[in-house]
Write a protein that binds this ligand. Structure first.
Ligand SMILES: Cc1ncc(COP(=O)(O)O)c(C=O)c1O
Length: 391
């Protein structure tokens, strides 16, 4: 009798941090030991050193470490003097912090819909808002470089010039991404990064960073992150405690050295997913998903994508996700509820139907396992399992 071996698909986790830690273990322990030996736990030499390394990596003249990506958005806006009476235009298709940080600095968020191909804030939709009566109080635009791909910076730069606005980047998902070769962090007046543990550059806890091309924003952000205090116990204004821990900075500086390699591995994995999906005849012909096909991520030729996430779209998303979960294949939805439909933001008076492209995306997007140490056989398993769902 023939020996028939039935191969059971292996589980594929959405993320597996232990693979990265196994490689960096000693370097990370050494860096933490140095902080313990110095007994300097908040700000201090490790933070200054990481700020310099991060500024160089982003080609930005200034970098200011802080406590989280959420705080980094608030700090960038507040340090640029965005506050009560000002409006800031952003996207409803992002993490909650993009909007809550605008509210935190006392400004009003104004939402505009996204581009259906890249899921990033649509510059034409922003232009329309700027030309409407509510556009009068707009002081800044806050595009998000979603999933690791920069928003259309050519179009936003034109809007900045025509309307004399500030451009602030929510680059939480995009360390190392570029637009026309210019790194995220050096594109706008200021940018905010998150080092939350799932990010492509990740701390071992919460951490964030502001970068800026402006010496004035740099100076103001440093004061604001330390209780509005330039001279100890003399408070010029009401800031906050958003200092970066030395241990996080030390870990981040170790990881920053590996980031170009990791981002390249992410791009390679994305290209392999694309190939495997094409080979399996699973792709739809256009940006519109169909019952039978999925839409693969679309990269603007001007963008240096870092694939923080590899996100497909399909109208059968929830069914597909359940099918993958049943077979222990990780996936995630970024984000299932657009911000204009969040309960806590209902007082902004938006309603269902206001941003149809964001609403459709929220129903259809699905992020697949993506991290530098992901193996080829695991990608094959993900695509084979999706192929069996569509059979
Ligand atoms: C687009 C975006 N903005 C802001 C944040 C907030 O960053 P953090 O979680 O570090 O506060 C995140 C990350 O969660 C994010 O993905």
């Amino acid at each position: 009798m023939a020996d028939v071996t039935i191969r059971k698909p292996q589980p594929v986790p959405m993320l597996d941090f232990s693979r990265q830690f196994a490689v960096l273990r000693q370097e990370i322990f050494d860096s933490i030991e140095a902080v313990c030996t110095s007994q300097h736990f908040i700000l201090g030499p490790q933070v200054t050193s990481f700020e310099h390394a991060a500024a160089t990596a982003c080609a930005a003249p200034h970098a200011i470490g802080c406590a989280s990506g959420t705080d980094a958005i608030w700090l960038a806006l507040a340090a640029a003097n965005v506050g009560p009476g000002d409006a800031v235009i952003t996207t409803p298709f992002s993490f909650f912090a993009t909007v809550s940080a605008i509210l935190r600095c006392g400004a009003t968020p104004l939402l505009a819909d996204i581009d259906p191909a890249t899921f990033n804030l649509s510059a034409p939709a922003v232009a329309k808002l700027l030309d409407s009566p509510v556009g009068r109080n707009v002081k800044a635009i806050l595009p998000v470089h979603l999933y690791g791909q920069c928003a259309d910076w050519d179009a936003f730069t034109a809007l900045k010039q025509n309307h004399k606005l500030l451009l602030i980047e929510d680059a939480a998902q995009a360390f190392g991404a570029t637009w026309n070769g210019v790194p995220a962090g050096a594109l706008g007046d200021a940018a905010a990064f998150s080092f939350y543990p799932t990010k492509n550059l990740s701390a071992m806890g919460d951490a964030g960073l502001v970068t800026t091309t402006s010496a004035a924003i740099d100076d103001h952000a440093r004061v604001l992150r330390a209780h509005g205090m330039r001279r100890r116990y003399y408070h010029e204004e009401i800031g906050w405690n958003s200092r970066l821990d030395s241990i996080q900075a030390a870990v981040l500086e170790v990881k920053l050295r590996y980031l170009p390699k990791w981002n390249q591995q992410r791009r390679d994995h994305a290209a392999r997913y694309d190939q495997l999906f094409h080979k399996a005849n699973l792709t739809a012909d256009s940006t519109a998903s169909t019952d039978k096909g999925i839409v693969l991520p679309i990269t603007d030729p001007r963008a240096g994508h870092v694939f923080h996430q590899y996100v497909i779209r399909t109208p059968r998303r929830d069914e597909l996700r359940q099918y993958l979960t049943d077979r222990k294949i990780g996936s995630e939805i970024y984000y299932p509820v657009p911000l204009h439909l969040q309960t806590s933001l209902s007082y902004l008076s938006y309603k269902q139907g206001d941003f149809p492209i964001s609403e459709a995306a929220a129903d259809e997007v699905l992020a697949l396992p993506m991290y530098p140490e992901l193996r080829e056989d695991e990608q094959q398993t993900v695509v084979d399992t999706i192929a069996s769902f569509y059979q």
